[in-house]
Design a protein around this ligand. Sequence first.
Ligand code: EPU
Length: 301
Amino acid sequence: MSIAAFPKRLHERLRCNEPLSPHTTLRVGGPAEYYVEATSLRDVADTVHAARELGLPLHVLGGGSNLLIADEGVKGVVLCLHGMKSINVFGSKVQVQAGANLSTLVNRCSAEGLAGPQTLAGIPGTVGGALAMNAGGRYGEIADYVERVIWINPEGELQSLYREEIKFAYRISELRHGVVIEAVLQGTVGDRKALIAHARDILQQKLAAQPYSEFSAGCAFKNPMGQSAGKIIDLAGCKGLRVGGAQVSDRHGNFIINTGEARAAEVIELMRQVTQRVFEAHGIELQPEVQVWPRRGLQAA
Ligand code: EPU
């Protein structure tokens, strides 16, 4: 199949064999068979429609900050919404498009006196990705602020959902089965200076505890109920453990870093070894938090 099979008006937004590793914070993985950079709702709708017509799988790329792409790359269409990133604050509400950076959103909210999303300071990625994964940390998660979300649902229909109609859980939501277009978040009105200081504090805590300047996909595993995966990985003696160019961070046990030339297969093998060691040491079976494309178990590749 070639680009010609796609509707003409998508051609200028469409690329074949687009390398994906530069679009991820871990910097591993092969190319996308087709890659579309959408700048409007129409681009998104046309892409969803074309993928369905052509029988191609559709993957939505956010900030690539929680993503492990296989070395062989991804079949089908990868849709990127970075061209859709408007943010409008109205008092205690903010309307934001999926491609906006979460950190830009937090900064805008603080600067315009909207309190709430500061708890998400320091979390990388886009708003669409954050909603799909229910991104969060010690102080809260994005679901805490959702009033409504407009998305293209798995049936391909444009739909507006209120918070209570959306299933959010720990680091996951049903929104990852469709394409988030935009959201309205609800906070409260606060003092700008205090909000800027609050967001800065949370960011500083993260910078102190996490290997921020290295290539990684954030936390590799979910926290088991009531425990910190980082701590139990650390206690199992995994810090510094290495497979090829992939290494368990010396700073935080739940971060796997690409020291330079890591391949996806090495990251996957390292995750398998960590899972095994933690199971042997603590009898706990870690579950990956990082999303793997194409989807598969964490067997050695
Ligand atoms: N700890 C260790 N050794 C380590 C890492 C942590 O002993 O190698 C200890 C820490 O000293 C602390 C406790 O474990 O006492 C918890 O660690 P931390 O505060 O770093 O929090 P976490 O539970 O490991 C969670 C989120 C992070 C988020 C932080 C801060 C998950 C899986 N992780 O980490 O989210 O940044 O809280 O809010 O939910 C992510 O989702 O990608 C992510 C990094």
